[in-house]
Design a protein around this ligand. Structure first.
Ligand code: ADP
Ligand code: MG
Length: 465
């Protein structure tokens, strides 16, 4: 068979394999295989990685056979040979490539070295954490819509929902979901340049580059290029955007430049754009231009599913009652839920026991006693109880539901933390006198209203664990 036909067959087979072999294995071992012949029902492949023949045969034999069968229409066998000469050539290519400027590497590198572009390098360029993937993101009612939209954006960057704005309280999976988008894109569309940035780091980097002295203009040009010369920009925790004019100006131009060039932008925040007090209108309207989705605290079922997922990842043998106990005690923050689980694992490891319900109770109770309550954790617990988000508390909403829950949150924040009314006012972004009013209102109501007494008691208990 003509070699071009062989290569075309192999590229079709790879399309099949991309969906059946885990992405990391696909890009490490399969993608770079070279098709060299197809004779007597045997497809011949070459590799420049010494380990590849063994790994692919041992772990992905059936997937390979199925993909060949699907594309060629009959059962065939295949061989993979390690080619030392090709390996030598490949090494030379890589070396040449690494000496070229990055911009050239992307556009006119030969196809073979482009596909062999190593993943580690892409990851360090994009600043992503390998841990956060769609595969290990547990979907529940609290994040179903956000997850679906994020997945759509990952599959069609800059085609739909641009910018995508994800908001929700701390520890609910915003960063995870955002990085999963980036991860998906660098695995499935390796030609696209992805960059993840925490807003605080962006601001610090900007300030550093703005300092006088040295080649300030050249430095600023480089800084701008870094964030404008990409296809997907992921900006985490935008609420940390400082109210300095220059920062706003810079992010505004970066946004416009990317948006006008049809590049995808994803933003996360702990609140809605309209509730970020220092955000100028022209930035706010831009953030609101695409789609805004929220993530709320997970319900019990989802919390248990998250714990089960963690236990599976670690191959930890833990009873359902123990998982239920953890899920019942960490209700409003997945980071804390995970933290509790990890603590249990660590103790079980040290004491070399299987974590039973009693064991978990012992470990987490002692943790709870040490834990100091914060205004935020109190506000979250009150929010969960009334079905109101912390973002709602911080907003200017005067709806009956939000204001009465907010009164309770203020009362309990004052009762259960060591914080002053000033600190509480700052957290809720309200006036000091308003806080005082809320506190006194609930204190007086507790004397006469049994329902209120019960509600406050329930919330206190939920905070005790
Ligand atoms: P946020 O950015 O909203 O503060 P993160 O994305 O950092 O929250 O999530 C906190 C931790 O909880 C991370 O370790 C993350 O992997 C985990 N997590 C959050 N939501 C989920 C989920 N739905 N499934 C699995 N893990 C989750
Ligand atoms: Mg985050």
């Amino acid at each position: 068979m003509d070699i071009l036909e062989v290569k075309k067959l192999w590229s079709d087979v790879k399309v099949e394999l991309r969906d059946t072999i885990p992405a990391h294995a696909f890009y490490s071992w399969v993608d770079a295989l070279e098709a060299v012949g197809f004779e007597d029902n045997v497809f011949s492949l070459l590799t420049v990685h010494m380990m590849a023949p063994q790994i692919v045969r041992n772990s992905y034999y059936s997937q390979m056979c199925n993909a060949f069968e699907k594309v060629i229409g009959k059962k065939i066998d295949f061989t993979i040979d390690y080619d030392a000469a090709l390996a030598e050539k490949y090494k030379k290519e890589k070396k040449k490539e690494s000496m070229r400027p990055r911009s050239l590497q992307q556009d006119d590198a030969p196809e073979s070295s482009k596909t062999m572009d190593n993943l580690a390098q892409m990851q360090s360029f994009s600043n992503l954490n390998l841990k956060y993937k769609f595969e290990n993101f547990v979907v529940g009612e609290n994040n179903r819509f956000a997850h679906a939209v994020a997945y759509t954006v990952a599959q069609n960057p800059a085609k739909k929902y641009n910018p995508l704005f994800i908001y929700g309280a701390s520890g609910l999976g915003k960063t995870h979901l955002m990085q999963a988008i980036g991860h998906y894109i660098i695995f499935n569309k390796p030609k696209l340049k992805v960059r993840y940035i925490k807003t605080e780091e962006y601001v610090n980097e900007l300030i550093k580059n703005l300092q006088h002295g040295g080649e300030r203009n050249a430095r600023m040009d480089k800084f701008r290029q870094k964030y404008r010369n990409i296809d997907v920009l992921l900006i985490d925790d935008i609420q940390f955007l400082e109210s300095k004019t220059y920062t706003m100006e810079e992010i505004f131009h970066t946004f416009d430049s990317l948006y006008n060039n049809n590049k995808q932008i994803v933003i996360t925040s702990d609140r809605l754009p309209k509730d970020i007090p220092t955000l100028p209108d022209r930035l706010r309207t831009r953030f609101e231009m695409g789609l805004i989705v929220d993530i709320t605290p997970p319900d019990f079922e989802t919390r248990v599913a998250i714990l089960k997922n963690l236990a599976e990842q670690r191959a930890l043998n833990i009873g359902f009652d123990a998982l239920e106990y953890i899920a019942n005690n960490y209700v409003s923050n997945v980071r804390e839920l995970e933290g509790a689980f990890i603590k249990v694992c660590a103790y079980a490891d040290i004491e070399k026991v299987q974590p039973t319900l009693d064991f978990v109770k012992k470990v987490l109770n002692c943790e709870h006693n040490k834990k100091e309550l914060t205004i935020e954790s109190v506000a979250k617990a009150v929010g969960d109880y009334y079905g109101v988000s912390v973002a709602d508390f911080l907003s200017s909403s005067r709806s009956q539901k939000v204001s009465s829950a907010r009164h309770v949150a203020v009362y309990l924040a004052r009762e259960l933390t060591e914080k002053s009314f000033e600190a509480i006012a700052e957290f809720f972004k309200k006036k000091h006198t308003t806080m005082l009013y809320s506190y006194e209102k609930i204190r007086d109501e507790l004397k006469i209203n049994k329902d209120m007494e019960r509600a406050v008691e329930d919330i206190r208990n939920s905070l005790k664990g």
